[in-house]
Design a protein around this ligand. Structure first.
Ligand code: NAD
Length: 267
């Protein structure tokens, strides 16, 4: 029987209709949480994601369809979740990518990437954190990237957004460090910084490196560039650390950025 240590907790995972976010929503569900999922997709994709979270063991699941480019929709979502069940755990995971040289980056892509990958986290944290502090327990886990710690070419808005969320998380960690107690679990804010993870987000980058070969050839070429382990992570690997950060005994782990990158940022 799984450890249901989140049985009384409510969580929101943004961008949880696929990839890392869905794995995190399922991981938190397996510990018994009530789960708010968010993200785009067809009604069938959204229903499939909700069913996966239900099957993983969630106490309850609801989908909140806010488009994270729009602060008004984010605020309405946060109010609707608060009315449903006060939020204990916030995972800012939604993110998009567009890889072209800086001078060729469309302005609209810059605006969308900054809005979804960075500003949305400010808008959710701003609303969620005072309630967490009042109740003495709260967790914010921001899914940044190795690109919050080091840069790569052709990713100006992505790298800017990920460095930004690392900085935002440190400020929040300092502001809330003394809230709550060791017994209640405290309020912590951390980033996870994955290298390559097997999701739809990186398929265009795999495709660009196939050179007429198989998808496996594309994967090999991609990890060979930067990730010394030569293997990608699974979304469940990222979920596993997220789950641990939610435990009471992680009360003093705050303001940190954890690479899961096969040695990428050790170089
Ligand atoms: P994904 O494309 O599988 O999932 C992205 C999620 O964000 C989806 O649920 C999508 O619906 C949602 N989303 C996109 N635009 C949205 C919008 N406007 N409003 C609401 N939701 C929106 O990608 P993923 O790989 O699972 O990425 C999740 C996070 O992990 C991102 O922040 C990404 O930058 C980060 N990350 C991924 C990798 C990787 O290798 N896959 C590496 C490092 C960091």
């Amino acid at each position: 029987m799984a450890d249901r240590f989140l049985a009384a907790r409510t969580v929101l995972v943004t961008g949880s209709t696929s990839g890392i976010g869905l794995a995190i929503a399922c991981g938190l569900a397996s510990a018994g949480a009530k789960v708010a999922i968010n993200g785009l997709g067809t009604p069938e994709q959204i229903e499939a994601a909700m069913q996966a979270v239900r099957d993983a063991g969630a106490a309850e699941v609801r989908h909140f369809g806010a488009d994270l480019r729009d602060p008004d929709q984010i605020e309405a979502m946060m109010m609707a979740i608060e009315a449903w069940s006060p939020l204990d755990i916030l995972v800012n995971n939604a993110g998009i990518q567009h890889a072209v040289p800086l001078a060729e980056m469309p302005t609209q892509k810059w605006n969308d990437i900054l809005a979804i990958n960075l500003s949305a986290a400010f808008h959710t944290m701003r609303v969620a954190m005072p309630g967490m502090a009042a109740r003495g327990y709260g967790r914010v886990v921001n899914i940044a990237s190795v690109h919050g710690l080091v840069a790569s070419v052709n990713k100006a808005p992505y790298v800017a957004s990920k460095f930004g969320i690392v900085g935002l998380s440190k400020v929040a960690a300092l502001e809330y460090a003394a809230s709550g107690s060791r017994d209640s679990g405290g309020i912590t804010i951390n980033c996870i910084c994955p290298g390559w993870v097997e999701t739809a987000l990186i398929e265009p980058q795999i495709e660009a490196r196939r050179n007429g070969g198989s998808r496996e050839d594309g994967v090999r070429a991609l990890v060979a560039e930067k990730q010394p382990s030569q293997r990608m992570s699974l979304p469940e690997d990222i979920a596993s650390l997220t789950l641990w950060l939610c435990r009471r005994e992680a009360h003093n782990v705050t303001g940190a950025s954890f690479p899961i990158d096969g040695g990428w940022t050790a170089q």
